[in-house]
Design a protein around this ligand. Structure first.
Ligand SMILES: [Zn+2]
Length: 442
């Protein structure tokens, strides 16, 4: 990729005076000015008024400077296509990164708050308004590149209405208030109408051409038909690994994600094994994030009351579950996929002594699962947890909120039977009570 250079990139802020032979980056519409395209060679400080040059960074021991304006027609233009493949790569990376800084300097000549001409800070890479002291730092736009995969295929696309006509992946800018994972889910829904079930980070790339920081993800989707948003995409379709073929270059994260998949990388292995173990004390912050995610999920699926009203479960309760050895996590590799409370004894949940509108199937000692939540990274966590608990206990009791249709659906699918109504101490809403005896599961 463009940033994979075999040289040290030192971008620390310094004020330096150029030597006449130092390379100078200057830009015109369409690309970077080059004294020569192959090998890529830049104008030098001697070609400019040296007092007007700005030191940018050092790469491989070479100091690079920026000139605000390009001398007319004296140089060749290294455009995007040229810079993606130019040699030496250190210089191509310098031109692309300098492009980002040039864009920032050029668009912040005046204070956005009061309109005064900005001056350059002498202590850090920043522009300062001498009048109102507004300080502006280089801006970087985070965006995601998304390798959508399903059953040995990857979703590729072509942009509508953009100069780049080659193979692309779904992509989009992170909106304010989103995590990059949220962006992945939103963009896949917006651009092709598919619902994402699993998301996995897959690398990143500074992309100075468009002042971006690109974040690569693979994601997996449920079944569904592609519905292309033609305002964004000309087309989108699935390719098997053996249909991908040669890629034009190795510059971009997009091609890197496609190439890795083509060459056999499986982002979501089917045989990924889930295990269950006791929760560790140091996992509490991560666990609370899983509960926050679960509350959002429940609220978005018509069940805002069960946990949402009280921000249930509170951290102290989970900390106590962990200390008492009753909190468990479901893990794949070193990733927490889910969390739950489990206990087994003759009176595992005192709130179950009184059941209304029915009776439990058995009075034998039972296992109980409370506070089960999935991290939302892979499907099937709830069912894995319940099957594990049933295998431990032999007879399992559980309750859920009348609005929790997702949980009720899962319980019935596994063979649980609804036995009656119970009440909990946290709120006044009734809870549906279910049980299941080992051997009767589906
Ligand atoms: Zn100002």
């Amino acid at each position: 990729m463009i940033q994979d250079i075999n040289a040290i990139f030192d971008n620390s802020f310094k004020i330096k005076q150029p030597k006449p032979t130092d390379p100078v980056l200057c830009y015109r519409s369409g690309g970077a000015c080059a004294a020569q395209l192959s090998p890529l060679t830049f104008p030098t400080a001697a070609d400019f008024d040296m007092s007007q040059l700005t030191y940018l960074f050092q790469i491989g021991g070479e100091d690079y400077y920026l000139a605000d304006s390009a001398p007319a027609d004296r140089w060749e233009t290294a455009d995007r296509r040229c810079l993606r493949v130019a040699e030496p790569k250190t210089r191509a990376f310098a031109a692309i990164t300098g492009m980002h800084l040039n864009y920032w300097y050029a668009r912040n000549r005046f204070c956005g708050r009061c309109g005064t001409q900005m001056i350059r800070s002498e202590t850090e890479r920043a522009l300062i308004c001498p009048d109102c002291r507004n300080t502006v730092y280089p801006t970087i736009a985070p965006a995601v590149i998304i390798g959508v995969v399903r059953q040995g295929r990857i979703l590729v696309s072509h942009y509508a209405n953009r100069p780049y006509g080659g193979l692309a992946l779904l992509a989009g800018f992170c909106e304010i208030g989103e995590t990059p994972e949220d962006t992945v889910r939103r963009e896949v829904m917006e651009e092709v109408g598919l619902r994402v079930t699993r998301v996995r980070y897959a690398g990143s790339q500074p992309w100075g051409f468009d002042h971006d920081l690109l974040l690569g993800f693979y994601c997996e989707i449920e079944d569904g038909e592609i519905k292309v948003d033609h305002s964004e995409l000309r087309d989108a379709y699935w390719l098997r690994r053996d249909e991908i073929g040669e890629l034009a270059d190795s510059a971009s994260l997009t091609f890197d994600l496609i190439r890795r998949f083509r060459d056999g990388f499986e982002p979501f292995p089917q045989n990924e094994t889930l295990t269950i173990r006791h929760t560790r004390r140091d996992e509490l912050p991560e666990i609370m994030k899983i509960y926050a995610h679960a509350r959002d999920f429940m609220a978005a699926h018509g069940n805002p009351r069960q946990w949402g009203q009280t921000h249930w479960p509170p951290e102290e309760l989970i900390a106590r579950d962990i200390e008492r050895g009753k909190s468990y996590v479901c893990v794949s590799g070193n990733v927490l996929q889910g969390v739950f409370y489990y206990d087994f004894c003759a009176d595992a949940e005192p709130g179950y002594r009184n059941i209304e509108d029915g009776e439990w199937a058995s009075d034998q000692p039972y296992g109980v699962v409370h506070r089960a939540a999935s991290a939302g990274l892979m499907p099937g966590i709830g069912s894995f947890i319940l099957r594990w608990a049933l295998a431990q206990a032999g007879y399992l009791r559980i309750d859920t909120h009348p609005d929790n249709k997702v949980m009720q659906g899962l319980l019935r699918k596994l063979g649980f039977r609804q036995r009656g109504i119970i009440h909990v101490t946290e709120d006044n809403d009734p809870r549906y009570a279910f049980d299941l005896t080992k051997g009767q599961e589906k």
